[in-house]
Design a protein around this ligand. Sequence first.
Ligand SMILES: [Zn+2]
Length: 95
Amino acid sequence: MSLNCPFCHSTDIMIVEANIQQANSTLSNLASPTALGALGTTVAKSLNLPPIVGGIAGAVLGGLFNSFTEQSTPSQKSLCFCHNCYQKFPIQYLN
Ligand SMILES: [Zn+2]
């Protein structure tokens, strides 16, 4: 694998991580089982249901949501950054 920029063919290239995973972990934190459990408890209270019902429902929903986002998360994607022309491109371009 040669480290040449596909745009300017410079070898001054740095491999950087894509920001996709950061975005996903933020999303997962927002919809964590704990957070959804607390939300479910609040909803159950307003519906005169036992809080535990809402807590369980929220936790289950959160677990489902997390497994979905984990599945849809692309396996580690690396980006390359060219210091010469300031282009970013997937590492696959180097193959
Ligand atoms: Zn370049």
